[in-house]
Design a protein around this ligand. Structure first.
Ligand code: ACO
Length: 426
């Protein structure tokens, strides 16, 4: 049996320290340095946590080299093409896919819980016109805690599930209302006859007493986007949810913090940037000019929707969305100028040596931005859509943290480089 430790030598003193190597089910081995400070008196430095595993988790696995993503051991392509978003949400929360009967009762539960307290409308009223829907959404989720103030201590598996169902079911309603209020549009209540994703599109696009024709391909496309966003391991917003949860904050505060973290353009805001950039490029004739700018080392311009920090081969979510985009184009007869620009960029980038050499493939945001625009979803709502998809993942990670013994408050240390001895004699 090989010695499963890593030895570190302090070259100043010659002292040796051993650290155990932990074995994951799959993926790189992990060196346990939790005794590092106690044994050596030193901290480790890892900017952006690029080499740090911050928790033990059984939920989601990513292999960036292979372009692999799994929820609870199921491949993302299977879940996105053979199952619905509510299947994946149930899977993340319960560790197993639901059978037909369980899915039906989970779907009913989501419908029943989709309404929000009428008192919350006063909150929406208080925001100015054109307020960003992400701001209203995070305030709305925080405000849920004021309506469930006697349910904030969530400690048993039954309480975890009740809270999870409440938040997953209400977020689309709060999200749709955030948009309706920000635009001064009449409020549309959930329709108990519609499924989860269809209902959200209906609340976003419908008008009172007016039939709205939602095509199955539109619902399928959005449902797939929700599934593909449902979890992504320990990304910035999920880590935020876990950090806040480690203080024993209640779940509404944790999810609202996750929403705030996701809003940034380096995270949930990227697909909005893709559309803004396509609009800026404007027409097919301008594409070559912008490709040249993207390749110029002295030009900071980057093609939005290309490249990924973790996926260095291909983004498996992008492959699935590319197919959905093609279905949408055919079924809805979409042939917009923006689509033509996107297609030309994609063609050039996939055959150009600069992009091939650097493994710069279209990522999920390249296709999701184009699809959301084809679904007539306004750009300010793109990050909100991401939130609806990611909520079951955040809550599953919250529950996983709560179920582990001895929750340790997240409390990193630092490399202090500031001044010393500035206090005057007094
Ligand atoms: N366009 C042009 N060149 C690029 C691009 C791009 N989109 N992305 C990376 N490069 C080039 C870099 O200039 C660099 O070239 P060099 O080696 O000649 O210096 C090389 O590719 C490597 O780039 P890094 O920045 O080191 O790659 P990193 O893995 O750190 O960055 C990132 C990944 C941030 C996603 C980057 O590819 C990027 O900025 N893409 C555009 C923004 C985007 O689409 N973000 C969404 C990501 S998906 C998500 O978060 C859900």
């Amino acid at each position: 049996m090989p010695n499963r430790t890593v030895t570190m030598i302090d070259n100043r003193t010659g002292e040796k320290y051993d650290f155990p190597i932990l074995e994951p089910t799959i993926g790189p081995d992990v060196v346990d340095i939790s005794t590092f400070y106690g044994n050596t008196g030193m901290f480790t430095f890892d900017r952006g946590f690029t080499s740090t595993a911050s928790c033990r988790s059984k939920i989601t696995y990513i292999d960036g080299g292979k372009g692999q993503l799994m929820y609870r051991g199921y491949d993302i392509a299977y879940l996105a093409t053979q199952k619905t978003f509510l299947d994946s949400a149930y899977l993340l929360l319960n560790n197993d896919l639901p059978d037909e009967e369980t899915l039906a009762s989970f779907t009913e539960e989501m419908k029943k819980r989709s309404f929000i307290h009428e008192g919350m409308k006063k909150l929406f009223d208080a925001f100015p016109d054109n307020a960003h829907p992400m701001a209203i959404l995070s305030a709305g989720v925080s405000a849920l805690s004021t309506f469930y103030f006697d349910h904030l201590d969530v400690d048993t598996p039954e309480e975890y599930m009740e809270m999870a169902h409440r938040i997953v079911a209400k977020i689309p309603t709060i999200a749709a209302l955030s948009y309706r209020y920000s635009q001064g549009l009449p409020v549309i209540y959930p329709d108990m006859n519609k499924g989860f994703t269809e209902n959200f599109l209906y609340m976003l696009r419908g008008y009172p007493h007016h039939h709205i024709d939602l095509k199955p391909i539109e619902v399928k496309a959005l449902d797939t986007i929700f599934t593909l966003h449902a979890d992504h391991e320990q990304n910035a917003s999920t880590t935020t949810v876990r950090v806040v949860a480690s203080t024993h904050a209640h779940p509404y505060a944790c999810i609202a913090s996750g929403i705030a973290a996701l809003w940034g353009r380096a995270h949930g805001g990227a697909n909005e940037s893709v559309i803004r950039q396509l609009e800026m490029i404007g027409s097919v004739e301008n594409v070559d000019k912008y490709i040249a700018k993207a390749k110029d080392p002295d030009d900071p311009f980057r093609l939005m929707g290309f490249g990924h920090r973790v996926y260095k081969n291909f983004d498996p979510r992008a492959t699935i969305l590319k197919e959905i985009q093609q279905e949408l184009v055919q079924e809805l007869n979409l042939d917009t100028g923006l689509m033509a620009v996107a297609k030309k960029i994609e063609e050039i980038a996939l055959s150009d040596e600069y992009f091939i050499k650097r493994n710069l493939y279209p990522n999920i945001d390249f296709y999701s931005g184009i699809i959301l625009q084809a679904l007539k979803i306004p750009k300010e709502m793109f990050a909100v859509i991401f939130v609806i998809g990611r909520t079951p993942g955040w809550i599953s990670q919250w529950i996983e943290l709560k179920e582990q013994d001895n929750i340790k408050i997240a409390r990193p240390r630092q490399l202090y480089l500031g001044p010393l001895d500035r206090t005057p004699k007094y």
